[in-house]
Design a binder for this molecule. Structure first.
Ligand SMILES: Nc1ncnc2c1ncn2[C@@H]1O[C@H](COP(=O)(O)OP(=O)(O)OP(=O)(O)O)[C@@H](O)[C@H]1O
Length: 275
């Protein structure tokens, strides 16, 4: 039985906005070392919140939460910081400094392993550009090594964020909608690369996806969320088209014409005024 990396029991997570329903309610989930699972569910289901909770970025309001055998929120700040160095959260829009060169942005994944001096030196002269090049090449982005981040397309920026993950050494790879800016061929390459990396280092991979077909094709375990609740957590061969239809039922956006009493005044539209 592989080590348990995460154990969630009846977890409830709230965002700060008062009066709102919890973003996650009563979530129970185990994730073992080396496991790969896809998180699916309609927009607003709680996928990003769950990934951020696994990354120890959101403190649960209720329930039990263990990451790497400890409750991160019972640790002191230093110990929690060291625990966070064992995981990597790749957000949908990676927070890359726009004026930085890609090589520096990718090497920043090594900051937790570096001394302050080494980090400062690397800002001026990247200390291991070969490693950044290898990571970028796995996402077909090697030619952007010395480009500025703000000259990248959305999809290139997204893959640049994933190249960071390659240099992190983390044992839990938490990836939020990595394909949202990618075409179908790059989507396949990106998923295959993430899965290969996770397998090679024996890391857990938790990946949220809107592309249900890709989730079912690539992941053996499918975790579905809706309205902040766990709908199912099943091997993919037990997930039926009816279950997927039910998961997304009622989630189609309404017709895009605003109601009469919500229509902005024409004068404001014409001047671009704040509505
Ligand atoms: N910073 C925040 N403050 C307040 N509420 C938030 C915040 N972030 C998310 N929420 C709310 O929490 C709920 C879950 O959001 P979350 O982003 O986790 O869903 P998601 O499944 O990742 O959605 P999507 O597929 O659209 O990215 C939603 O109702 C959302 O409005």
């Amino acid at each position: 039985m592989p080590d348990l990396l995460y154990q969630l029991r009846g977890l409830t997570v709230r965002h700060l906005a008062a009066g709102r329903a919890p973003a996650l309610q009563d979530i129970s989930l185990d994730i073992a070392a080396g496991e790969q699972l896809a998180l699916i569910g309609p927009s607003g289901a709680g996928k990003t919140t769950l990934l951020a909770t696994l990354a120890c970025a959101h403190r649960p309001a209720e329930g039990g939460f263990q990451a790497f055998g400890a409750d991160p929120w019972a640790l002191d700040n230093g110990a929690r910081h060291r625990l966070r160095a064992r995981l990597f959260l790749a957000p949908q829009t990676p927070p890359l400094p726009p004026r930085q060169r890609v090589v520096t942005a990718v090497l920043a994944a090594r900051l937790p392993q570096w001394s302050l001096w080494r980090a400062l030196v690397s800002l001026v002269k990247p200390v291991d550009p070969e490693a950044a090049y290898r990571a970028l090449s796995r996402f077909n982005l090697g030619d952007k090594l010395y480009s500025r981040v703000d000259r990248l397309s959305g999809g290139e920026r997204q893959r640049c964020g994933l190249a960071r993950l390659m240099l992190s050494g983390a044992q839990a790879l938490l990836v939020d909608e990595p394909l949202s800016a990618l075409d179908p061929a790059l989507s396949q390459l990106t998923l295959a690369t993430l899965q290969q990396e996770a397998s090679e280092r024996g890391a857990a991979l938790v990946c949220s996806l809107h592309q249900v077909d890709l989730a079912l094709a690539h992941f053996k375990r499918i975790v579905a969320l809706k309205h902040g609740r766990l709908v199912f957590d099943l091997p993919r061969d037990q997930v039926t088209p009816a279950m997927i239809a039910e998961l997304y039922m009622g989630e189609q956006p309404p017709a895009n014409a605003p109601l009469a009493d919500q229509e902005p005044e024409p004068a404001k539209l014409a001047t671009g005024g704040c509505l």
